[in-house]
Write a protein that binds this ligand. Structure first.
Ligand code: ATP
Length: 211
């Protein structure tokens, strides 16, 4: 995409726990930047919730530090601490979108999600508001994925009139934060799964040593 086609009043948002950030997140952010014509992609790490408990939890500081290392090479990738600093009861995507909309009323907000998350969207808190506040963009890997996604999109459009969901095409990256935590605990190499700087940080700070 030509840089002149990029819109200052259009930004992509990528929410997640990023515990830790990995190459799948970076590929998703890269696809969003290339295909959506946004001026930037903002990572919004969320507070860790109870369902992630049951294991040693990673501090917000460490998760942000790893995000900073991973995104450092890309000028268009930013990090927002707004969900980390808000009271826990405000840590919902629809509230984050309401805050951003109030702050940037003329900016189109595009919330980017992995294809797997598309099926769960209607289960998110205040789904109706979500669809009013933001455009969604979901990554698909191939034609089969695209067909499944299109069916879901038609369902959402019927259920939430006015909702806008776009599709991004992305080469699949077979990696998840769960996989990274398991490999780190087993002492396996993370080469090709997270940026080298992130792996070094994890080792230095002894993160994810226990399952
Ligand atoms: P966990 O394994 O702890 O559940 P995760 O790897 O799914 O974590 P999250 O921080 O929960 O990472 O995800 C943030 C966003 O990134 C979600 O929209 C998710 O669908 C997307 N995502 C995660 N992994 C990938 C991947 N390999 N390719 C594309 N998108 C991904």
């Amino acid at each position: 995409m030509n840089s002149r086609e990029r819109k200052e009043n259009k930004i992509a948002l990528l929410g997640g726990t990023f515990d830790p950030v990995h190459n799948g997140h970076l590929a998703l952010a890269g696809a969003a930047y290339r295909q959506l014509g946004v001026s930037e992609v903002v990572f919004i790490p969320t507070q860790l919730r109870y369902y992630k408990a049951g294991r040693l939890s990673t501090s917000a500081y460490d998760r942000v530090a790893m995000l900073a290392l991973a995104t450092a090479p890309y000028d268009h990738m930013k990090i927002s601490d707004m969900e980390l600093l808000c009271p826990p009861e405000e840590n919902y995507t629809y509230i984050t979108l309401e805050k951003l909309k109030a702050q940037y009323p003329d900016t189109e907000l595009i919330f980017v999600i992995g294809g797997d998350s598309l099926a769960n969207l209607s289960k998110w808190r205040e789904a109706e508001k979500l669809f009013r506040l933001a455009t969604f963009a979901a990554a698909v890997r191939d034609e089969v994925d695209r067909e499944t996604a299109m069916e879901l999109i038609r369902k959402y459009e019927a259920e939430y009139p006015g909702s806008k969901i776009l599709l991004l095409t992305m080469e699949p990256e077979d990696v998840s934060s769960t996989m990274i935590r398991e490999k780190a605990a087993a002492g396996e190499s993370l080469e090709g799964l997270v940026p080298a700087e992130v792996e070094t940080y994890m080792k230095k700070h002894q993160l994810y040593m226990e399952r």
